[in-house]
Design a protein around this ligand. Structure first.
Ligand code: 8YV
Length: 322
């Protein structure tokens, strides 16, 4: 048996990251498209010095105990780390890393994609061509919403929220309202953005895009009450985490015409069951969590995760620690 430190990677990631890990570590990669089940994760973590985990791998006290004293570092292959109990990791002396920045543009692009797709009824329009429902050009078909000059509300003006706001302001001259823990003077100066409380954002935005992390404070933030405060013409976009929106309340709002449309890259659960009522709505676009799915972002994430693992094994501060 090799005396190299063992690292378990819970899904196949780009080769460059794995190669970097393999120079130093004994690497096992979970080969299947579906995440390892909980009991498998506990089993595979045993005796590992490092774990590379994904959104769907819950890393908590049980995993840390199962892994044992050899575990030094958990490198999450994501910028969000709501799947990781960071406090428990600290108690076990386990460093935690994530993959910020490299996926910012890719994710902001998907938010724009969803905003446009939802605003312009992309899903039913494209489907009507494929399924033969489109018989003739019709003046009243698929009428959508325009972006130019409208107001966009950005919930969470961090890196991705800012990149999204830049696109909205630069591309369509949109007025930017945002919520954040504190005002962002750069955004106020560069975009004429305005830091507001949530009710003001909800009531005044034509487009609302979620870019906050999932925390106790943001779980269920967009509930029936919040949806009720939005314009009936509003388009809601979520590339953050599914749990930020109450999915039943969203279904009620979309089916009852309380808002115009929604574009979701994230849902709860993921994947949505194929009989989810959200998937039956013509005004709801759903993508399979592809925010960071570009060659550039995913390769960069793999290298960052590998660098985090290697630093953790050396006992150095992680280059991308949380
Ligand atoms: C990840 C994401 O690829 O970075 C994040 O927070 O949501 C995605 O980019 C996904 O979560 C897999 O871990």
């Amino acid at each position: 048996m090799s005396d190299k430190p063992r690292v378990f990677v819970t899904r196949t990631i780009p080769k460059a990251g794995l190669d970097r890990l393999r120079e130093v570590c004994e690497v096992e990669v979970w080969p299947k498209p579906k995440p390892p089940r909980r009991d498998t994760l506990l089993d595979k973590a045993r005796g590992c010095a490092g774990l590379v985990t994904m959104l769907s791998d819950k890393v908590d006290e049980t995993v840390l105990t199962a892994a044992g004293d050899d575990l030094k570092v958990v490198a999450n292959y994501a910028v969000g780390y709501n799947n990781i109990d960071v406090a428990a990791c600290r108690e076990h002396g386990v460093a935690v890393g994530n993959t910020p920045d490299v996926l910012t543009d890719a994710t902001a692009d998907v938010a724009v994609l969803l905003m446009l797709a939802a605003a312009r009824s992309f899903t039913p329009a494209a489907a009507s061509v494929r399924d033969g429902g489109w018989k003739t050009w019709a003046p009243m078909d698929h009428l959508g919403m325009e972006l130019a000059g409208k107001t966009v509300g950005v919930i969470g003006l961090g890196r991705i929220g800012r990149a999204f706001a830049d696109r909205c302001h630069g591309g369509w001259g949109m007025k930017v309202l945002y919520t954040a823990n504190s005002p962002k003077p750069d955004a106020d100066r560069d975009l004429g953005a305005k830091h507001v409380e949530l009710p003001e954002l909800l009531a005044n935005s034509d487009f609302i895009s979620l870019h906050c992390p999932l925390t106790e404070a943001t779980a269920g933030l967009i509930d029936a009450n919040a949806l009720h405060q939005m314009k009936t013409t509003a388009v809601l976009v979520n590339t953050a985490r599914g749990e930020v929106i109450d999915q039943d309340a969203l279904h009620t709002a979309l089916s009852g015409g309380k808002i115009f449309a929604a574009g979701l890259d994230v849902t709860t659960p993921e994947p949505l069951p194929t009989d989810s009522p959200l998937l039956e709505l013509p005004n709801c676009v759903v993508l399979p969590h592809i925010g960071s799915a570009t060659v550039h972002a995913r390769s960069g994430m793999a290298l960052m995760a590998a660098d985090n693992v290697l630093a953790g094994l050396r006992g150095d501060p992680l280059p991308h620690g949380v």
